[in-house]
Ligand binder design. Structure first.
Ligand SMILES: CC(C)[C@H](C(=O)O)[C@@H](O)C(=O)O
Ligand code: SF4
Length: 467
């Protein structure tokens, strides 16, 4: 057989049937479910009198609407409470495993999948959530789907798809001090634009990517969707296997060794062809800060807010003008002069143990600026537990950060964690659309290291030289 990419190998091994026009019925190994996009899917099953085809292939968790404060007090908001109750009822009625709100394994759906070893190389994984691309860090073909597709997968364990194109994004060289996967993916999106990956599945390659931890690779793949791509992939390697070994839902013992032998063969063959290739040099990537209202509106911390007057294209100029107005920024202002009110360290992009270790390491012995309110929201109950065992919670609290329970939280403000109109937030999340963190709220997407530095200084700083 000719040389194939990682994507080709996963796709080919999951085709149930292909029509002459390319429409494909694809087998789906696993589905993750959360409370926001599943109610109508379960309702559809109920109305049609269907049962899930393979209930054991699905794992459910509430994350978007859960409170991050004391859960013994219940959920104040009746809509959030109802969504979570509905998920519990549906999982009970349809025999689906649920990590409920009070289960220590509860957390953001894209944090708990890998953490449990539910996410495995070479598999197809879906979830009614756009950031399902996160799981591609393990060499799984993982993508977000709509609610009617959630129902389709529950009923049939299959999905109708068109084969996407493949794009290689190659990053080589060494990152600057304190630059991380978040800066890599933000600068990729800054370069290709939020539609640059449309129609593609991206495979990240190169020495920089190989050098990233599994957490870093998850951050990278998480934001593939913000660059327009259907999914992101990193070929599995020894780091992947070491991460998965012993996880509760991963194969155990001899079965694990057998699986590793298969997983080792998944990487793209030498000479495999991609439909497009983009290359970046890691040492040219500065710590990134988004200044606008889309993840592509981003620049290095050593840069300035752009000047729309310099843009010849009418549409581009208007987009920048509108973004600057919403964000309350003036053209040509140095990024380091932007003062912030809030800091949010969390979300499925940057709330794993490694993110928290790094953030705590920088926060130790420092103090959150008097003008700033900062919070840390671990990605899962188990991340929280681990962090507490390591004493990270104490470091954060002593530095003036709030330490919360796990969930999506201020990433999209479906719970009580909301920005007030006009408030400006340095956020480790992945979206900065108008109103994303609360009506009128202003979001700057940054790495955990930048978030800590901004919390302490009250404005953005070049963390490469920050002491
Ligand atoms: C609520 C959910 C459907 C949504 C998504 O698909 O991504 C959310 O997780 C988000 O990040 O905007
Ligand atoms: S943390 Fe944010 S991006 Fe991730 S699933 Fe939750 S809302 Fe979506």
């Amino acid at each position: 057989m000719s040389s194939r990419t990682l994507f080709d190998k996963i796709w080919d091994s999951h085709v149930v049937r292909q029509e002459p026009d390319g429409t494909t019925l694809l087998y789906i190994d696993r589905q993750l479910v959360h409370e926001v996009t599943s109610p109508q899917a379960f309702e559809g099953l109920k109305l049609a009198g269907r049962r899930p085809r393979r209930p054991g292939a699905t794992l459910a968790v509430p994350d978007h609407n859960v409170p991050t404060t004391d859960r013994r007090l219940g959920i104040a908001d009746p809509i959030s409470a109802k969504q979570i109750r509905t998920l519990e009822d549906n999982c009970r009625d349809f025999g689906i495993t649920l990590f409920g709100m009070d289960d220590p394994r509860q957390g953001i759906v894209h944090v708990i999948g890998p953490e449990q070893g539910f996410t495995l190389p070479g598999t197809t994984i879906v979830c009614g959530d756009s950031h399902t691309s996160t799981h591609g860090a393990f060499g799984a073909l993982a993508f977000g789907i709509g609610t009617s597709e959630v129902e389709h997968v529950l009923a049939t364990q299959c999905l109708v798809q068109k084969r996407p194109k493949t794009m290689e994004i190659r990053v080589d060289g060494e990152l600057s001090p304190r630059c991380s996967a978040k800066d890599v993916i933000l600068s990729i999106i800054g370069k290709i634009g939020t539609a640059g990956g449309t129609g593609y599945v991206v495979e990240y390659t190169g020495s920089t990517i190989r050098g990233l931890s599994m957490e870093g690779r998850m951050t990278l793949c998480n934001m593939s969707i913000e660059g327009g791509a259907r999914a992101g992939l990193v070929a599995p390697d020894d780091k992947t296997f070491a991460y998965l070994k012993g996880r509760p839902l991963a194969p155990q013992g001899e079965l694990f060794e057998q699986a590793v032998r298969v997983w080792r063969k998944l990487g793209s063959d030498p000479g495999a062809r991609y439909d497009a290739t983009v290359t970046l040099q890691a040492d040219a990537i500065a710590p990134q800060v988004s200044w606008g209202t889309s993840p592509g509106m981003v620049t290095g911390v050593d840069g300035r807010v752009p000047d729309p007057r310099g843009l010849a294209d009418d549409k581009a100029r208007q987009a920048v003008e509108r973004a600057l107005e919403y964000m309350g920024l003036t053209a040509n202002m140095p990024i380091t002069e932007i003062k912030i009110d809030k800091v949010f360290i969390g979300s499925c992009t940057n709330s794993r143990i490694e993110d928290l270790r790094l953030a705590a390491g920088l926060a130790k012995g420092k103090r959150v600026a008097r003008t700033v309110h900062a919070m840390v929201v671990p990605g899962s109950g188990l991340v929280k537990q681990q962090a507490e065992q390591e004493g990270l919670d104490k470091v954060f609290v002593e530095a003036g950060f709030e330490w919360r329970e796990a969930g999506c939280s201020m990433c999209l403000a479906m719970n009580a964690d909301v920005l007030q109109p006009g408030e400006r937030c340095a956020s480790t999340s992945n979206r900065n659309f108008e109103g994303r963190q609360g009506a009128g709220g202003r979001t700057h997407l940054v790495s955990p290291a930048m978030a800590v530095a901004a919390a302490v200084e009250g404005h953005f700083v070049d963390i490469r030289h920050w002491t």
